[in-house]
Design a protein around this ligand. Structure first.
Ligand SMILES: *Cc1c(COP(=O)(O)O)cnc(C)c1O
Length: 399
């Protein structure tokens, strides 16, 4: 291909995500519910939020779902509710965690910082364990090695939309009498052993950040749980610890979901299963379009299906040894791509206090150097996917 041909062919960029298309497809419905909420005069909490909570609980197969301000809020509140950090007094929630003795929460170093940040903000201390080289989620065998008498909980992250290996993680947690909080912020609708994530551990935490599989037009989050005590504590924490009008059991937060976001999310929730199907079909098309590259070793790995789990492809992350070169080449060919995450958390300045160096978690470090995420959203066309495959092939082969 000549430079001119290439330029013509790739003049239309393929973006990593395109949220405008989602709005265009749902414009009438979304405009109507926004108008309805604006006219209602009830903007924080209220019936839209309650309806959304019950619809999301049903989607996840949990008896309780408590809407909060963000995925980060969901993590903070759920961790506190299962007993991480010092109890703030009142209402008998002391005991499981005297004086913060059991404060460590085990999580993955290959995740968004919110997973670890929420642990500290809940009054705990993040402790990292390495990931499994294929699933890129917490390796159950590595968790075992870092559990101590100070461990308070385990926080597996369903990274990129793939469930962490919850079977062995829950078995380990049960043996050690530890609660499990699922970071399902990237995995709405993913399944493990046929059960929706968020319904398997003590609590599940979801984000409705706009780019997530289910995204608001602003911030939002949800805690799902089968434990009534956890649901009740999260309800208190999201509303300043309030138990009845101007009566506070403990200090809490301003962590509520607003009615506009709830109304928008209710419309989008009805599309989520169909959108996830499409994400899986796009992933399959990428896999068949790129399989030969994997087979002849031109790229390290495509994301494969793991036993017991259904991946919902929040992101489609391939692994490449010369990721940064390929990424630059793709950009030139009009293809956007992403890197989640370029630096694992244990090597971030924010966690320098842990004193961990390169080599501490080799699998997470290798993945951080190799992962490249390709454009994937429900509205992407097959011909766009094919163009991405073609461009990746050119980039990998150095043309
Ligand atoms: C998005 C995300 C969060 C945080 O959610 P917010 O809604 O942005 O606060 C937490 N963990 C993971 C893995 C995420 O992807």
């Amino acid at each position: 291909m000549t430079a001119k041909q290439r330029q013509e062919r790739y003049s239309r960029r393929v973006p990593l995500v395109d949220l405008g298309l989602q709005y265009a497809a749902l414009k009438d419905e979304l405009d109507a519910v926004v108008g309805r909420v604006l006219a209602s005069g009830q903007y924080v909490g209220g019936p839209e939020v309650e309806e959304f909570e019950s619809e999301f609980a049903q989607f996840c197969g949990t008896p309780h779902a408590v809407a909060v301000g963000s995925g980060t809020d969901a993590l903070r509140f759920a961790l506190k509710a299962v007993g991480v950090g010092k109890s703030e007094g009142g209402e008998g929630s002391k005991g499981s965690n005297p004086a913060g003795e059991r404060a460590e929460v085990v999580t993955s170093p290959l995740t968004f910082i919110a997973s670890a940040e929420a642990i500290s903000q809940a009054g705990g201390r993040p402790v990292f364990a390495d990931i499994h080289p294929v699933s890129l989620t917490l390796d159950p065998a590595k968790i075992e090695q870092v559990i101590t008498s100070r461990t308070a909980a385990i926080l597996p992250v369903h990274l990129y939309g793939r469930p962490a290996d919850l079977g062995p993680i829950l078995a380990l947690a049960r043996r050690r009498a530890l609660p499990v909080v699922e970071d399902a912020c990237q995995a709405h609708g993913a399944l493990y052993d046929g059960r929706p994530v968020g319904s398997i551990g003590d609590a599940g935490c979801f984000s409705f950040y706009p780019t997530k599989n289910l995204g608001a037009c602003g911030e939002g989050g949800m805690v799902t749980t089968s434990r009534a005590d956890v649901a009740a504590r999260v309800r208190k924490l999201r509303d300043h610890g309030q138990v009845e009008k101007y009566r506070y059991a403990e200090e809490g937060y301003n962590g509520r979901l607003d009615a506009l976001q709830a109304a928008i999310l209710r419309v989008k929730l009805r599309k989520l299963a169909e959108w996830n199907e499409r994400r899986c079909a796009v992933a399959e098309r990428y896999r068949s379009g790129l399989r030969d590259l994997e087979e002849r070793g031109a790229l390290v790995a495509l994301p494969g299906e793991m036993p017991r789990s259904r991946h919902v492809y929040h992101l489609f992350a391939v692994r490449l040894t010369d990721r940064d070169r390929v990424r630059a080449e793709l950009r030139e060919l009009g293809i956007d791509s992403g890197v989640q995450y370029p630096v694992p958390l244990h090597l971030q300045p924010a966690y320098a206090w842990m004193g961990l160096r390169e080599g501490a978690f080799p699998e997470a470090e290798r993945a951080a150097q190799q992962v490249l995420t390709l454009p994937l959203y429900p509205e992407i066309t097959n011909s766009q996917v094919d163009r991405v495959c073609e461009a990746l092939r050119m980039a990998v082969d150095g043309r």
